[in-house]
Ligand binder design. Structure first.
Ligand code: SIN
Length: 282
């Protein structure tokens, strides 16, 4: 019963700056109170992790719709008859994985996605973890002088160098699985955004999709971007999720990065991802 779900659900922080795990919940019977607690936890901790869920694709979609409108992915193969579900997969005979570098999803969109809901379907016997980093904690750690400078700047984002016909994936064994080679993306966002729910400041650049600062060349941008990325990648700002079939993570795409470890060659990993639409950044 719904009220029992609320009474039993518990939250446990995964790491000091990022990540919270909910236990004793069944996402198929989630009452409004526990859902509200999960929404608050996502805003505060960036990633919410839940294990041992039995969700059909339809139930995964229904859970995602509680968070907002679904953004259909342009690039990843869809799951069977469910265009809302993007498959993130690596077969036994593939070397390259999807999302194997630090990134945040959809920063190349004019209105980037709010977040994603990733459900593990098949996992390797070991490895295949996902790392998450808090870009709010990374921003907080900077000097007041650096923060003030960054608040005046904007950055250009695109995914074309990754997904186009001659992009990075086209040269790998994931190339044939991906689509959207003709899609063109270009967006300019503030380098420092405010979280729409908490108002907390967030460093909003990422190694995969940020090309350069607005009005700066790529060569001029690179040293400062590299410095900021080194700060954001510090262990202290990270948490690590270890998956098994039925594990599910919901992450806030504005305040976090993630990186899928590619350390399970010879084994299959299949994840179902649904992405939730966001709102304009400021
Ligand atoms: C992603 O980058 O969205 C996929 C992350 C993962 O497979 O762990």
């Amino acid at each position: 019963m719904a009220s029992q779900t609320l009474a039993r659900a518990a939250e446990r922080k995964i790491a000091p700056h990022i990540g919270v795990e909910f236990t004793d919940v069944d996402l198929n019977q989630l009452d409004d109170g526990t859902f509200a607690a999960m929404r608050d936890a996502l805003a505060d901790h960036g990633v919410v992790f839940v294990r041992d869920q039995q969700l059909t694709p339809e139930q995964h979609i229904a859970f995602a719709r509680r968070w907002g409108t679904i953004d259909v992915n342009n690039y990843f193969p869809a799951n069977g008859g469910h265009p809302e579900i993007a498959e993130v997969r690596k077969a036994e005979n593939q070397q390259t994985n999807i999302g194997g570098g630090w990134h945040t999803d959809h920063s190349y969109d004019q209105v980037p996605a709010m977040g994603s809901i990733l459900l593990a379907r098949e996992t390797p016997p070991s490895g295949g973890d996902t790392l998450f980093a808090s870009l709010s904690a990374a921003f907080d750690s900077l000097s007041e002088g650096m923060k003030a400078t960054l608040r005046t700047m904007r950055a250009v984002h695109s995914a074309d160098h990754i997904y186009s016909a001659d992009g990075i994936y086209s040269k790998t064994d994931q190339g044939a699985d991906l689509k959207g080679h003709d899609v063109r993306t270009h967006a300019v966002h503030p380098v420092v955004i405010r979280h729409p729910r908490t108002g907390r400041e967030i460093l909003y650049v990422n190694p995969a999709f940020t090309l350069h600062f607005e009005g700066w060349t790529r060569a001029e941008s690179q040293p400062l971007l590299t410095y900021l990325y080194q700060v954001a990648m510090r262990d202290e700002f990270q948490c690590r999720l270890q998956w098994s079939p039925g594990s599910i993570a919901i992450w806030d795409n504005r305040s976090t990065w993630h990186c899928a470890m590619n350390d399970y060659h010879g084994h299959r990993r299949l994840m179902h991802r649904i992405t939730i639409s966001g709102e304009p950044l400021n």
